[in-house]
Design a protein around this ligand. Structure first.
Ligand code: IMP
Length: 441
């Protein structure tokens, strides 16, 4: 102990990777617990960009051990490519530094084919998935016919099972979805390569983390996507297929709930969404355009432009509740520099009635009329700002007030992509102790 769970409090892309990378300066372990290569974390260290999809963000710190928990779905081809490019950048990637849980499921070519064919068939009703096979892989896990890393140690049995399974998948692909069948040789080649290259990295993450936590090691559980994309609690059906909330760290890594000490929610000073789905606080396009360009709001995985909206405190209150958020980091404050007024949605009105939570039906979310309050904007370029009390008064007022509205204190402000542009308030005592940052002068 202690452990810190870092989750996205909006629809993903909140800047978690940067925060996790910063926080790992105090961590012994970093664990991914859900999602797959639908995630894309961009880290900037000394001006050099590193993009990660599956490898936990802690990999940039030589002393940190990284684990991929059983709750993650892993496309082995993507993981191997990512490991290769990290090695190319001079990082050490050995089984001592990276372990994948034996119970994590593999994404195989038929998952990707089904994801793409389904979206194509859905036309205008598509979810707008990343097309990486995430949903179909989680479906197989629930249907108890998925392929796990443990299966890579029993290839003859797996081959027999996969032969039957692929027949069913191809029937579904061709007869129901109108797609092309997937060749067994393609699937088997991915499996054989995974077995050859990744067996040494396969282990028992639950056992490793349990031992680490009991011996007092510091662990960061790194969430992917965001709360409003949670498979059950998000804005269904426009969600991902895993649980993105903090509690998923326990099931996704096989650790007990008592080990989750602090939940840090990460949110942008505005909102973005990629893919389909209603978005109550969407900005008018002239404003959204400025935010998108300044904030580089294009999907890390797919390059799609993200829809941009004002900060949604109603949705954020839901995130605070669903995750049990202890403290909040607000990122990308620099992107809003130069606006005269900054809007925050504090209330939803649906069909003339005030409601205090995000409705369950997408058609209702679509009809929401957001009610805003306005804050004075800030003009700062933030260069060189390292201390909370050096932040412009408007920014500090905005952060404190937002914290009061959402019911969780904002204790971290991020004002740029670099590690150093992360500023802690005096209220960030858990996180400060975790990272061992001295109290503010
Ligand atoms: P899937 O996770 O690829 O099935 O996509 C389902 C929905 O989640 C789509 O709207 C995606 O755009 C969204 N999504 C998945 N991963 C991310 C992410 O890392 N950031 C933002 N949106 C995501």
């Amino acid at each position: 102990m202690p452990s810190l769970v870092v989750i996205g409090a909006q629809w993903g892309d909140e800047g978690k990777g940067k925060l996790v990378d910063y926080l790992t300066s105090g961590a012994d372990w970093v664990a991914r617990f859900q999602g797959g290569n639908n995630a894309g974390h961009t880290l900037v260290v000394d001006g050099i960009k590193t993009k990660l999809q599956l490898v936990p963000s802690g990999i940039l710190r030589e002393q940190t051990r990284c684990v991929i928990g059983a709750g993650v779905v892993v496309d082995p081809t993507v993981l191997l490519a990512e490991m290769g490019s990290l090695r190319g950048a001079g990082l050490t990637l050995s089984p001592e530094r990276l372990t994948i849980d034996r119970d994590a499921h593999l994404i195989l070519p038929y998952h990707v084919a089904i994801d793409l064919a389904r979206e194509a068939k859905a036309g205008k009703n598509k979810i707008g998935t990343t097309g990486r096979g995430i949903g179909p892989a989680y479906e197989d896990r629930a249907a108890r016919c998925g392929v796990r890393f443990a299966d890579l140690f029993a290839l003859p049995e797996l081959k027999e099972r996969l032969t039957d399974l692929l027949k069913q998948k191809n029937d579904y692909l061709t007869k129901v979805l109108g797609g092309e069948p997937v060749d067994f040789a393609l699937v088997w080649s991915a499996v054989e390569t995974a077995a050859r290259e990744l067996r040494p990295y396969t282990g028992n993450v639950s056992l490793l983390l349990d031992g680490a936590l009991k011996s007092g090691a510091k662990v960061v559980f790194e969430g992917a996507q965001g709360t409003l994309l949670d498979q059950t609690h998000g804005t269904v059906p426009f969600v991902t297929s895993s649980h993105t909330v903090a509690g998923a760290a326990t099931t996704g890594c096989g650790v007990g709930a008592k080990y989750l000490d602090h939940v840090l929610g990460v949110a942008k000073a505005y909102c973005t969404r990629v893919g389909s789905g209603p978005f109550p606080t969407i900005m008018e396009e002239s404003v959204a355009h400025q935010v998108r360009e300044k904030g580089a709001e294009y999907g890390t995985v797919t390059g799609r432009p993200r829809a941009c909206g004002w900060f949604d405190a109603v949705a954020m209150r839901r995130a605070v509740r669903l995750n049990g958020i202890d403290s909040v980091a607000i990122t990308k404050l620099d992107v809003l520099s130069g606006f005269d007024k900054i809007k925050v949605c504090v209330k939803y009105v649906l069909d003339g009635r005030e409601i205090d939570d995000v409705p369950s039906l997408a058609s209702e979310v679509d009809r929401i009329k957001p009610h805003y309050i306005e804050f004075d904007g800030w003009q700062s370029d933030f260069a060189g700002v390292k201390k909370w009390h050096h932040l412009p008064a408007e920014v500090r007022f905005y952060l404190t007030t937002v914290g009061e509205i959402i019911g969780a204190p904002v204790t971290i402000a991020s004002v740029g992509a670099e590690r150093e542009s992360t500023i802690f308030s005096s209220g960030a005592s858990f996180v400060r102790n975790f990272v061992q940052i001295p109290e503010e002068a």
